[in-house]
Write a protein that binds this ligand. Structure first.
Ligand code: SF4
Length: 130
């Protein structure tokens, strides 16, 4: 089996070829060790950071941006997004607060990537009228 990837570790964007024969995995096209590791990881278990939003009540905005604390297996990203779509939090929220712990059993937490203050309904109405 043979797969090709573009290394995304640095702006060089080397074209990696990963091939497997009789259980031996070989990477070519990399210019450094980090690229070799990236090629092996992409072939065996590709992972990505996940950024998204969740619903937030009582804040000035309807959605709170969140980010994963580590990379998540690519095959689990859709399940994780579905869990985030079903998640709602209440203001106030502080940047770094855990919004979803161990999302989809990945061992990775989703945290708030910004703070949001609680806003009174009166203040919200005032802002809407501006
Ligand atoms: S292989 Fe090394 S030099 Fe090439 S893109 Fe990846 S990290 Fe950069």
């Amino acid at each position: 089996m043979k797969k090709e990837f573009v290394c995304i570790v640095c702006p060089n964007s080397c074209r990696l070829t990963v091939s497997e024969q009789k259980g031996e995995i070989e990477v070519s096209g990399h210019e450094c060790k980090r690229g070799l590791e990236h090629g092996l990881s992409e072939y065996r278990n590709p992972r990505r950071m996940l950024t998204s939003t969740v619903a937030v009540t009582g804040a000035g905005l309807p959605r709170l941006p969140v980010i994963s604390t580590a990379e998540i297996p690519k095959r689990k990203l859709k399940d994780c997004l579905n869990e985030l779509y079903a998640t709602a939090v209440s203001a106030p929220v502080t940047s770094g607060d855990v919004v979803v712990k161990d999302i989809c059993g990945t061992g990775v937490d989703m945290i708030a990537s910004r703070s949001m203050n609680k806003i009174s309904r009166l203040k919200k109405n005032e802002e809407a009228m501006r």
